[in-house]
Design a protein around this ligand. Sequence first.
Ligand code: SAM
Length: 261
Amino acid sequence: TSFGFKEVREDEKSRMVGDVFTSVASNYDVMNDLMSGGLHRLWKERLVSKLNPFPGMKHLDVAGGTGDVAFRILDSIHSVTQRDVKNCHDNNLLEETQIFVCDINPNMLRVGKKRAHDRGFGEDKSLIWVEGDAEQLKFEDASMDGYTIAFGIRNVTHIEKALVEAYRVLKPGGRFLCLELSHVEIPIFKDLYDYYSFAVIPTVGQLVAGDRESYQYLVESIRRFPKQEKFAAMIAEAGFQKVEYENLVGGVVAIHSGLKF
Ligand code: SAM
């Protein structure tokens, strides 16, 4: 392409993803806020509101990293139950809630567990941290009400495999939701965004995290990720119905969704 980055081989890709998140894990939160101008918080809120979490649900958040999405799901479930505290049926349901955070990188999980503790979720039995690969989930068929993956699928080596796995673990009626950096097609805004990604992000990565290469890699991986329509077709290919997507900030980010019938 005009930006001259080289294609990354598959084995190299897995290794690089590992390196990136090991180097990034500790200053991950700061970088997220810095690079998205805090917007990633709103995007995650949007993802969770689309999920419509409910007490008693079994949910799997893949590439869950430091727990950002899982915490929001739990907050949402708690706010649902607080509206009706006298309803002991709901309280029993609350105890049955299980939110699994699955991530391939133990460093991210470690940071996530610590954050859970700091946020008062330390004793919450609903949060379950699992080290694992999106391509080979350690969960049973038809065991989950929901599946989310936020800023994760772009890093998976075989996206198709991850989608098939998502479909497998969902119960019939279960919802797949994917939040990912996507493609901007709006003229001028696209040029600005390209400048931001290729010039600003690696520089900020160098200055703040002391790691230019990892952030360069992140930008390149956004480029290589399939466009909205193509990704929607891949989700349908994995078996999902009612596949749709919503662009946020003109496609900087997209939320794709699908249902398992
Ligand atoms: N979902 C979190 C968020 O939105 O803040 C973390 C996103 S972070 C950019 C990407 C995460 O994907 C990292 O924690 C990384 O370890 C994880 N990851 C990469 N490849 C994976 C795979 N094959 N299976 C599971 N997790 C993976």
